[in-house]
Ligand binder design. Structure first.
Ligand SMILES: NC(=O)c1ccc[n+]([C@@H]2O[C@H](COP(=O)([O-])OP(=O)(O)OC[C@H]3O[C@@H](n4cnc5c(N)ncnc54)[C@H](OP(=O)(O)O)[C@@H]3O)[C@@H](O)[C@H]2O)c1
Length: 258
C-alpha cells in the first residue's frame, strides 16, 4: 500500500477503510475482508460505537499491530482535559491496542478552550498512546490556532472532500503548513457515481466513476477513506494507484463543484 510521510515522521497509507455506520457482525466481517484484500489503514472514532468490533476483527484475523494504521477521534462533548484522557483510554481498550497511529479532535467545540484539549492531546502523544495527532472539520483559522498551541505537530485535518465539495483554499493552506488532508465522504456517500463527467472519464480509462473520484483525490495529494460494506466495492476502491488522470481531466473534475 502506498504511503505518505506525515510531519511527525510516521508513514500513513494513502487509502483507508471508512467505518462510519458499520457496527457488530457486519463491521467485523468488513474489516476482516478489507485486511485480507490489502487494506492496512482503518478510520474509526469513539462516536462510531464500533471500536470493539474493529478490535475483535483485528485480533481474530491475527494481523500484526505494526502492519496497521488506525485513526480514532475524540468526540466534541469530551474536549475537556480529563475527558480527552479518559475517552482516549476507552478507545485504546476497545480497540485492544496500546496506541493509535493518529488521534484527531473529531469536531471543534468553541465552548472548550483549544489549549485545554491540545494539552491533553500532547500528554497522550508524549505517553506514546498516539503516534501522531491532528484535527477534523477545522477551518483555516482553527487549524492556525491549533498549530500555534500544540507542541507536537498537527499532522492532519480530516474534512469532507469530494468532487462536489472541493475545498481548494483549505487544501492549499494546510499543504503549505504540512498539515495533510484526509477526505471523509470521498465518494459523496456514493453519489459520485451519478456525475456524468466522472462516468465519461472513467470510460476512457476502463475504470468506474468511484475510482476516478478517488484517483482525483490522490493526485491532489489527499488521503481517502471510502466506506464500503461490499467486497466488490472494497476491491474496486483499491484500484487507484497505478494509473493517472491527465491534467485536463483533473481540471474538468475540479470544475464540477463550480
Ligand atoms: N471526521 C468526520 O467528521 C467524518 C464524517 C463523515 C465520515 N467520516 C469518515 O469517512 C468515511 C467515509 O465517509 P462516508 O462513509 O460518509 O461516505 P463515502 O465513503 O463517501 O461513501 C460511502 C457510500 O459509498 C458507497 N460506495 C463505496 N464504494 C463504492 C463504489 N466503488 N461504487 C459505488 N458506491 C460505493 C457505499 O456503499 P456500499 O457500502 O454498498 O459499498 C456507501 O453507501 C466514514 O466511513 C468515516 O470513517 C468522518
Amino acid at each position: 500500500m502506498e504511503t505518505i510521510r506525515l510531519i511527525s515522521g510516521y508513514a500513513m497509507p494513502t487509502l483507508g477503510l471508512g467505518t462510519w455506520a458499520m457496527r457488530g457482525k457486519e463491521c467485523k466481517a468488513v474489516v476482516k475482508t478489507a485486511i485480507k484484500l490489502g487494506y492496512t489503514h482503518i478510520d474509526t472514532a469513539w462516536m462510531y460505537d464500533n471500536q470493539r468490533d474493529i478490535g475483535e476483527a483485528i485480533q481474530e484475523i491475527g494481523v500484526a499491530r505494526s502492519d496497521l494504521f488506525i485513526t480514532s477521534k475524540i468526540w466534541q462533548t469530551h474536549l475537556k482535559y480529563n475527558d480527552v484522557l479518559s475517552q482516549c483510554d476507552e478507545c485504546l481498550q476497545q480497540l485492544q491496542t496500546d496506541y493509535v497511529d493518529l488521534l484527531l479532535i473529531h469536531w471543534p467545540n468553541e465552548a472548550v478552550p483549544m489549549e485545554e484539549t491540545l494539552d491533553a492531546f500532547n500528554k497522550i502523544h508524549d505517553a506514546g498512546k498516539a503516534k501522531s495527532i491532528g484535527v477534523s472539520n477545522f477551518s483555516i483559522d482553527q487549524v492556525n490556532r491549533a498549530r500555534e498551541i500544540s507542541q507536537a505537530p498537527i499532522c492532519m485535518n480530516q474534512v469532507e472532500y469530494n468532487v462536489r465539495h472541493n475545498q481548494e483554499a483549505l487544501l492549499a493552506h494546510c499543504t503549505r503548513h504540512q498539515v495533510m488532508i484526509t477526505a471523509h465522504r470521498p465518494l459523496a456517500k456514493g453519489q459520485v457515481i451519478h456525475e456524468p463527467i466522472l462516468s465519461a472519464i472513467a470510460e476512457e480509462h476502463g475504470k468506474t466513476a468511484a475510482q476516478v473520484a478517488l484517483r482525483w483525490l490522490r493526485q491532489k495529494g489527499i488521503i481517502a477513506i471510502p466506506k464500503s460494506s461490499s467486497e466488490s466495492h472494497l476491491r474496486e476502491n483499491l484500484d487507484m494507484f497505478d494509473w493517472n488522470l491527465t491534467p485536463e481531466e483533473m481540471e474538468q473534475i475540479n470544475n464540477i463543484s463550480g
